[in-house]
Design a binder for this molecule. Structure first.
Ligand SMILES: *Cc1c(COP(=O)(O)O)cnc(C)c1O
Length: 455
């Protein structure tokens, strides 16, 4: 064995505990690089604010989740939840990893087709599917997940007209012990509605019932809820087998696993309290495996995990506009990114880290966005080192639901950059311009002129 190399000793001030003689401990080290690319350079090249996606982190998350399920269960398929983040570059990373597409609207469906996902690998969810969209999905042999009886009857009629027999599943909602219950989507399990829908589909013989779907909530913290849900799904599949002698080919457990973000009001940080994907995989797969199906009757297990696979792959870079004192003496820092592009700041305490060296003197402060609007608060109370105009910050775990729920309000949406596996940055969405925003506007002829100008 070779001799260990000498390493010089270093002295490092301990910042453990609540308070020391330097004041409150600083929770953060400066976050100067993302996947080897300097934050400063990124802002220089693409502007501030800027969303940055780590391709490496996406693939790592996906592969870890896939492994968690595949090592516990023989047949597993992930389907990327488009609404969580439907930038094409991101969808295609998931498709390269083998994910199907899970969509909840006609426009997301078309996006999946444009991303070259074969029709039979698109899952069409949601309560609102128009006739044109349903026809397209039927022609493409997509998996149609029925949400309500009106849709069921409509679909039966449509298929009769088209002389087609599409593959369908029903969405099931149920009591999983987590409240409030998500019972607005799909057919209820406890009151017999789900069973009723199943019987009607099979009796009609117009639709091929291949699956059962549920999506019991989002940011679910109880693995037991998934065990309960899986058992109820198995019960339905089991009864279909007993009564109709038909095999349900797949059980789709939806999404809902939490990311390691910290929910507002939580006592401990999310990274310490959130169950791992392995915990969820264990709860789901052991329930299905122990239910009583024969090996060759085991349904394919589909997962539509969104948030947990993308949140920590997304960063928002921004700059400090100003630092000021409020009337009550509190420090306020104004950033150049607001709640219009960081929707999730309404329910998370996002971690914010300075992107350059900082003093160890910290202060509780409120972090505002740039909008001229009272609700534009990114953090209502956070302990940070003093930040000055021009300082840069990194907001962490913003990959889920921001780049789809963002809006142009007072300020436009910034560029998005993806850092690839080699550490090279690629622009995947341009910053918006006035031309882009006005492209869809029409100014009627009679309003073209007014007399305000001096000419
Ligand atoms: C939103 C949604 C998902 C993804 O949920 P996450 O909480 O992001 O994992 C999956 N399936 C359906 C039907 C959805 O509506």
């Amino acid at each position: 064995m070779s001799k260990l190399r000498y390493e010089r000793p270093v002295l490092k001030k301990m910042n453990a505990g609540v308070m020391n003689k330097f004041g409150l401990r600083t929770e953060f080290a400066p976050h100067t690089h993302i996947d080897g690319v300097a934050v400063k350079k990124l802002i220089e090249n693409y502007g501030s604010p800027l969303f940055v996606i780590s391709e490496r982190q996406i693939r790592k998350n996906f592969q870890a989740a896939n492994r968690a399920f595949k090592t516990r269960y023989p047949k597993v398929q992930f389907a990327w939840s488009y609404k969580t983040n439907y930038l094409d570059a991101i969808c295609n990373v998931f498709h390269q990893e083998g994910s199907w597409a899970e969509v909840v609207s006609g426009f997301e469906y078309d996006k999946a087709i444009k991303n070259k996902v074969p029709g039979n690998k698109i899952i069409f969810n949601g309560p609102d599917k128009t006739e044109a969209q349903l026809k397209k999905a039927i022609e493409n042999d997509s998996l149609i997940h029925i949400d309500h009886f009106d849709e069921l009857f409509y679909l039966i009629e449509l298929c009769d007209r088209m002389n087609k027999r599409p593959r369908v599943a029903i969405r099931v909602n149920m009591d999983t012990g987590v409240y409030p219950m998500w019972d607005r989507f799909g057919f209820n399990y406890e009151n017999g509605q789900a069973w009723n829908a199943i019987n009607k589909i099979i009796a009609s013989d117009k639709l091929d019932l291949v699956g059962l779907h549920c999506h019991i909530g989002t940011f679910m913290l109880a693995t037991s809820a998934y065990a309960t849900a899986a058992a109820k799904m198995c019960d339905l599949a089991w009864n279909v087998l007993q009564k109709h002698n038909r095999l349900i080919k797949y059980i789709d457990m939806g999404g809902g696993f939490p990311s390691s973000n910290t929910l507002k009001g939580a006592y401990l940080p999310g990274s310490d309290t959130v169950p791992s994907v392995d915990d969820f995989a264990e709860a789901i797969t052991s329930t299905i495996l122990n239910y009583g199906f024969k090996q060759d009757e085991l349904p394919l297990l589909i997962l539509e995990t969104g948030r947990a696979l993308i949140d920590d792959a997304g960063f928002l870079l921004g700059s400090v506009i100003a630092s000021k004192r409020l009337s009550d003496g509190r420090r306020a820092t104004i950033m150049d990114f607001g709640v219009n592009i960081l929707f999730t700041s309404f329910w998370y305490d996002h971690k914010i880290t300075p992107a350059q060296e900082f003093s160890h003197h910290t202060e509780d402060m409120v972090v505002f966005g740039p909008l001229c609007m009272n609700i534009d608060v990114i953090r209502d109370s956070v302990n940070l080192p003093l930040l000055q105009r021009g300082d840069q910050v990194v907001v962490h775990k913003v990959g889920a639901y921001n780049m789809t729920q963002w809006m142009q309000f007072i300020s436009m949406r910034p560029a998005v950059v993806m850092i690839d596996m080699e550490g090279v940055d690629h622009k995947i969405r341009k910053a918006e311009t006035l031309e882009y925003m006005e492209e869809a506007e029409v100014l009627p002829e009679y309003l073209l002129k007014h007399n305000l100008s001096n000419e």
